[in-house]
Design a binder for this molecule. Structure first.
Ligand SMILES: C[S@@+](CC[C@H](N)C(=O)[O-])C[C@H]1O[C@@H](n2cnc3c(N)ncnc32)[C@H](O)[C@@H]1O
Length: 212
């Protein structure tokens, strides 16, 4: 946990109850140990998409569709989120949940390695959310940057890795290598000339940057 227990409890007290489909997704994720965004990260993604008036969004790492659902609900009319997932069972589960949530017409779910899929896309996109394998973040970034137009929002999850990225040492879950890679990645994104970014201690740490 990155914030204090008291802050976490306070945020939890403000959380709206999840709707039935989201609650089911969260229950499946908890049961099967599927990593999904928490409620605050989901809300941040929703707010970013709304603030941008996003119509075209690309996501790396659908899992069972939780972050996809938050973003899909915030898309401008006629908008679409293209989301990549390599795990077939998760991809199909996401399809079912998003259908039941009534947003499948706004979600283009692709069962494909994002490193191949991103290379096939044509921009501009209004927003990108990176949440796949952490060791591949640099590859996703290289492929996604050319797809982002002026004013586009880039969001990247887990950039603080339970706080270990700040401390610089592994904790048994996150390894020293992953932490070193994350530190280099964060430094790189925050140094990009065309982007203005910051790291928020929301959830597991979300990097947010805007294309100037
Ligand atoms: C952290 S989970 C995504 C969680 C999801 N964004 C959410 O919050 O609901 C990461 C997912 O990325 C998928 N993944 C890993 N490597 C990938 C790749 N190269 N292309 C697409 N998906 C990938 C994994 O199978 C996993 O389901």
């Amino acid at each position: 946990m990155i914030v204090t227990t008291a802050v976490d409890a306070y945020l939890e007290s403000l959380r709206p109850e999840p709707d039935p489909v989201l609650a089911e997704m969260q229950a499946q994720a908890a049961r099967e140990g599927i990593p999904i965004v928490g409620a605050e990260t989901g809300a941040l993604l929703r707010v970013l998409a709304l603030a941008r008036g996003a119509r075209r969004v690309v996501e790396v790492g659908t899992a069972i569709g939780v972050s996809t659902l938050y973003i899909a609900r915030a898309l401008a009319p006629g908008g679409v989120i293209v989301s990549f997932e390599i795990d077939e069972a998760r991809h199909h589960a996401a399809r079912g949940y998003l259908d039941r949530a009534g947003v499948l017409d706004r979600a283009e779910l692709r069962l494909q390695d994002a490193r191949a899929g991103l290379a096939e896309l044509r921009g501009p996109f209004d927003m990108a959310f990176l949440d796949g394998v952490k060791a591949q973040y640099a590859d996703y970034l290289d492929l996604v940057l050319p797809l982002l137009g002026t004013g586009a929002v880039l969001a990247v999850d887990n950039v603080l890795m339970s706080g270990t990225v700040a401390e610089g040492a592994g904790d048994g879950h996150w390894t020293d290598d992953q932490i070193a890679t994350a530190r280099a990645f964060n430094q790189r994104v925050l140094s990009l000339e065309q982007f203005d970014g910051t790291i928020t201690p929301v959830g597991d740490g979300v990097l947010v940057a805007v294309h100037r």
